[in-house]
Design a protein around this ligand. Structure first.
Ligand code: NAD
Length: 491
């Protein structure tokens, strides 16, 4: 049994509590390790280390090109260790090795992209209303950034936060999900190997209600970057408000995927299946509400069901597997409860609807890819995030009706649109209340494109060049260029 330790101030250390949390492989059901159950004392040590590194250590005086060089080295180390890091993710969250290898393999792009911006951060010399004064601005880092990540794409979502924060000269305390802590702790060793000074990146493992809470309430944390569910996000936002700290919140979704009769329907059917069932629906951008134009509804749904029946569940390390197990038992139970709720509300099962068992599935936490038809958008199954392999199909009459249904929800993370009508594309892209609109595609994303939510799906953006400003603040400097005496009573 592996026993993992926190990474604080450049060293692996046991939690002050001396207590650990079992961590389980959701495919085999085997408890393979124990992660620290940290308390406010461990968070205090990590924030103190990050504060020292920010104010006093070599990091505080390092030039932007030198910071960028460290980030590039880190990116190269992630690439060198991609197989191992991907396997660690799979062991913890049950996603397929194929998916995690591709995802971890793209993480270096984030570090390279923001390393490239590090030496392009500049203040401005400003005009003044006094010819004998010089006025300029400095773009300064904020300090210690508290980063809290979920279990579905752990290292990837950490890169979204850490790469821009490091490029701008901040330091970090990371609290990974209690279900997927191992990858961040292994990653910390790569941070060290890359040559980052101690204290610049710290990882504290534990529960959201303990270590997470201590981090969001810590007075020396300058900003919080949180990815997770709406409830956790609201708790983080409330705690940050008490200390007037800014936040980035990347929360949940219930994204509409809208198919018009004029679309390439075969592409749209594959797109609909990928949008919801890739990663077993454990994706914030899952296209979990499939809106289908009424004239093609029955035939289109039949094709989607046919494709869904072809999905192979199995060992996530097997390249032939499409979907692995649900990532952890609490989530497995939640998904089954939501399916039961949908049935009670009168939604009709077109396929799936329960646990999946059988050859090759072993003790894994498998749920059948599930499709509900006859769904009314006001049902809870259509309004609440399931975060699992559950699709709701909702018919619509025309463009106005599709927009009404798509936007009639508290979330606004993503939206898919399948049509060949270019005018409609632009009309709808402007009116869909979502941070990302995909047209005749779904899920495409990269470090170059800003990502984030409208409405309850979040605050702020991650990704893209502008995002660098999320980790900077502006200082104005005004200088008197003369030795002239200024009366203290003159404005
Ligand atoms: P979660 O909110 O339960 O936990 C996320 C992280 O927050 C964990 O590290 C947890 O320990 C911590 N946490 C929870 N409550 C906290 C609190 N009160 N204070 C401090 N920390 C706290 O989410 P999850 O179940 O791990 O992940 C699934 C959710 O994440 C889904 O809702 C999904 O949509 C969302 N998500 C969003 C994005 C995005 O970019 N918008 C990406 C991935 C996942």
């Amino acid at each position: 049994m592996e026993v993992l330790e926190n990474y604080i101030d450049g060293r692996y250390v046991a939690p002050s509590t001396g207590t650990y949390i079992d961590t389980e492989n959701p495919f085999s059901g085997v408890v393979w390790g124990r992660i620290p159950r940290s308390s406010a004392i461990d968070v205090e040590a990590a924030v103190a280390a990050a504060s020292r590194a920010f104010r006093e250590g070599p990091w505080s005086t390092m030039t932007a090109p030198a910071r960028a060089a460290l980030m590039r080295r880190l990116a190269d180390l992630v690439l060198k260790n991609v197989d191992e890091l991907a396997a660690i993710e799979v062991r913890d969250n049950g996603k397929t090795y194929r998916e995690m290898k591709a995802q971890v393999g793209r993480i270096p792009e984030w570090y390279h992209f923001y390393a490239g911006l590090a030496d392009k951060i500049a203040g401005e010399v400003l005009p003044t209303d006094r010819s004998d004064h010089l006025s300029y601005t400095r773009r300064e880092p904020l300090g210690v950034i508290g980063m809290i990540t979920p279990w579905n794409s752990p290292l990837n979502l950490l890169a979204w936060k850490l790469a821009p924060a490091l490029a701008t000269g901040n330091t970090a305390v990371v609290k990974p999900s209690e279900f997927t802590t191992a990858s961040a702790l292994r990653f910390a060793a790569l941070v060290e190997e890359a040559g980052f000074p101690p204290g610049v990146v710290n990882v504290v493992s534990g529960l959201g209600s303990e270590a997470g809470k201590a981090l969001v309430e810590h007075p020396d944390v300058a900003k919080l970057a949180f990815t997770g569910g709406v409830d956790g996000g609201l708790a983080v936002y409330a705690a940050a408000a008490k200390r007037l700290r800014p936040v980035i919140l990347e929360l949940g979704g219930k994204s509409p995927n809208i198919v018009f009769a004029d679309a390439n329907l075969e592409n749209a059917a594959h797109g609909a299946v990928a949008a919801i069932f890739a990663s077993g629906g454990q994706s914030c951008i899952a296209g979990s509400r499939l809106l289908v134009e009424r004239s093609i509804h029955d035939a289109f749904v039949a094709r989607v069901v046919e494709l869904t029946r072809g999905i192979r569940l199995g060992d996530p390390m097997d390249p032939a597997t499409h979907i692995g197990p649900v990532a952890n038992r609490p989530q497995y139970d939640r998904i089954l409860q939501r399916i039961a709720m949908g049935k009670e509300e009168g939604a009709v099962l077109a396929c799936g609807g329960g646990p999946a068992t059988g050859p090759g599935l072993g003790e894994g936490l498998f749920i059948e890819p599930t499709i509900f038809v006859g769904v009314d958008n006001r049902m809870r199954i259509a309004q609440e995030e399931v975060f699992g392999p559950v699709l709701c199909v909702i018919p619509f009459d025309d463009e106005t009706d599709a927009l009404r249904i798509a936007n009639d929800i508290r979330f606004g993370l993503g939206a898919g649109l399948w049509t060949r009508d270019v005018n409609r594309v632009h009309r709808m892209a402007a009116r869909l209340q979502a941070g990302t609109v995909w047209v005749n595609t779904y899920r495409a994303s990269s470090n170059i494109t800003p990502f984030g939510g409208y409405k309850m799906s979040g605050l702020g953006r991650e990704g893209g060049a502008d995002m660098i400003h999320e980790y900077l603040q502006t200082k104005s400097v005004l200088l008197n260029l003369t030795d002239a005496y200024v009366s203290p009573f003159q404005a």
